[in-house]
Ligand binder design. Sequence first.
Ligand code: PMP
Length: 431
Amino acid sequence: KSQAILKYQSEHESSAVSYSKGMPMALKLGKGATLVDVDDNVFIDMFGGAGVMALGSSHPEILKVAHEQIDQVTHSLDIPTPTRQKMVETLMKILPDELTRVFFGGPTGSDAVEQAIKLARYNTGRYEVIAFEGAYHGMTGTALALTSDEGHREGLGPLTPGVRFIPFPYTYRNPFGCPDENVDLQAAETLERVLSDSHSGYSKPAAVILESVQGEGGTIIPTTRFMKRVREICDKHDVLLICDEIQAGLGRTGKMFAFQHFDIVPDIITMSKALGGMGFPISAIAYKEKLNTWPTGKTIGTFRGNMIAFAAGAAGLNWMLDNKVCEHATELGKKCMVKLKKLEADCSIVGEARGIGLMMAIEMVKDKKTKEPAPDFAKKVRTYAHRRGVMIEIGGHYNNVARLLPPLIITEKLAMTAIDIISDVIRDIEK
Ligand code: PMP
């Protein structure tokens, strides 16, 4: 049955459709951290809809709230509703005190990025933006211009002007090509240099944007001293700092927001993915009071803030707080990493296993000494794991990273089973 649906999709939908090529299946239903295809094969979901399904599938309490909302009102533009207020109240509860304002973007993460950059430009009167190598911020105009992967950009002509990339610290395969443990500080000093050196060729930008933990770039976790130094440099040069929390935010890393690991507060943050509770589309930015300068009607849009997403999203975030989901993600993430680190130690084709909360990755290499990236192995891990009933994502600078983003509610037993299967698959590939 799956094959017939896949055939239809490939005949009538765009050739750009990608996920079904990596994991050939047609989805019938989901429950918690398991998914069932139309042929009744059951999969452990270590993919989580690319980080969307923090609460897993068909969470009964969230579903109930969503159903109730459908029966009441499903669309309201900016007209206030009690449901919308509940979402704002919930965000106010989880955001740091400094981020006092929220603005709902369109339904996708890219929309939030567009709004964040617009807000930074409007407030500073400047237009340039500094982003980082390995960044993924989306596929629309400016968001695409901020996404570093040439594969997504080539053939499209000039994108939004004014975006410059500098290296993101990556101690394993660092951008400076030397095994230096100070690679994080070197990256921060690159920022300082381009901002302060009048011969760097950079104009003073409106903002610096970074993912608090790089996601599609291969689950790259920065150090606290890097993040603190970036905050300091932005303050020194009066440049706004935007943290993209679309993937790493809302519990994924074991804290409500990933930037909270690093003891900084950004000026603007972006949110989407898990914000809609269970896959309902929504995005938002949150920002500091001093940036609240947009005149009424300055930026508008039809689908800004979906009522079902407001209802399910607020219910989801409150459920996460009440049920200590961040704590669960932290604890379970640590247990998963024990197994994954053992895999790293045992296998010559695992360059590094890394993770923070339930955002984890296995970097596949041809061999440990040369650290040559092995995208073919990563693809094989995804295909063979899928055949054995585990869904994962791949990503990374070189497409060589097996990425794990399970629902945050996944049980220890299911997560361990999935990791055992993935480990077996990798050991088989190694042979
Ligand atoms: N920012 C980050 C960090 C992301 O991971 C993504 C999606 N992978 C986006 C932005 C773009 O979100 P969307 O695909 O919903 O436009």
